[in-house]
Design a protein around this ligand. Sequence first.
Ligand code: ADE
Length: 418
Amino acid sequence: MNYDVKDKGLAEQGKRRIEWANQSMPVLNQIRQRFEKEKPLAGMRVAACLHITTETASLLQTLAAGGAQVFACASNPLSTQDDTAASLVVNDSIPCFAIKGEDTKTYYSHINAVLDAAPHFTLDDGADLVSTLHSERREMLAGVKGGTEETTTGVIRLRSMTADGVLKYPIIAVNDAKTKHFFDNRYGTGQSTVDGIIRATNRLLAGASFVVCGYGWCGKGLAMRARGMGAHVIVTEIDPTAALEAVMDGFSVMSIAKAAQIGDFFCTVTGNINVIRKEHFAAMKDGAIVSNSGHFNVELDIPGLESLAKKSREIRPFVMEYTLADGRRINLLGEGRLINLAAAEGHPSSVMDMSFANQALCLEYMVKKGSDLAVNVYPVPPQIDADIALMKLAAMGILIDELTDEQMKYLASWDIGT
Ligand code: ADE
């Protein structure tokens, strides 16, 4: 079996951590038990370009239980958990190509390695696999039946591919399921980003000014949790409605140019490029701590920061201290890679449970549909979304009410007023 992981000796530690994650993934476990019996993915080769974490390992085991032959690579150079990657190879016989800290060349060679498997389906997080397939590996496209996309950034890229007429197979936008972005993007990013910043710095958030760039689902979660830690939260936005929402949620809203002068902590979660630029770094206070929790590190103008610095050093793991000409120090966390996965362990298992239940059920749906789906970016079928919410509630021991016949009739009527 072909694979590329840091150290197979880490496999036992990885196995224990995967088991721990699995204990908080009841919905995925229920799906896995059904997949073991029904084998809905039998004969399918699946290429998964995802963050190689313990939660992802649980998903990949579930797909393998469903009969798929699974091949895995990292969806970010700095998000891999090396012990998990080792365990996938040693304990699950899943070819895995992922090493934490790999350079860009290795990152793409790993993507190409899973594409060598001639997949029938792709699971992507950020669309690097899909984009490589549609540019450098076009000869593999004919065999691909469908795919899924995990994250906002990837869905945006896929929509651009559709608009340009280049997308060649149907893809389901898992990110857009309610049971995904309401929970993973908000509560997952909120907790794991604060976790990553604290693990990297061990600094106190209480009383600090914490600048959140972007008030989408991830920004909302992060702002809420940073406030919970006692920080004064400042939000920056380009969208007037989102900015207004942040104001009415009780946050200070201002331009990044102004926030740059005030912030102690900065974190970008916009999905856009060069959100914090050279001129903003130049205006920051001594000791400012800058990170990104969006999919790509392009949200920060790192070359701009480097050009301002007269020297830099890694002052502690995941903290690069840049000293400017006047002696001010700016600290960049985790090379600007998503800090929740670079310095911590990503979203907790209980939210990934729903995200990955969507992945597993959408893959099953696509296998069943066969060639019936035209090339497009599709939403998650609403029934799958609703079923996952119900399964999650049931696993939490929570029962909810059902509409009475009278209520159903009322909702369908137009003639009953005051
Ligand atoms: N994205 C964010 N957190 C994650 C996790 N724990 N596993 C996989 N992908 C993630």
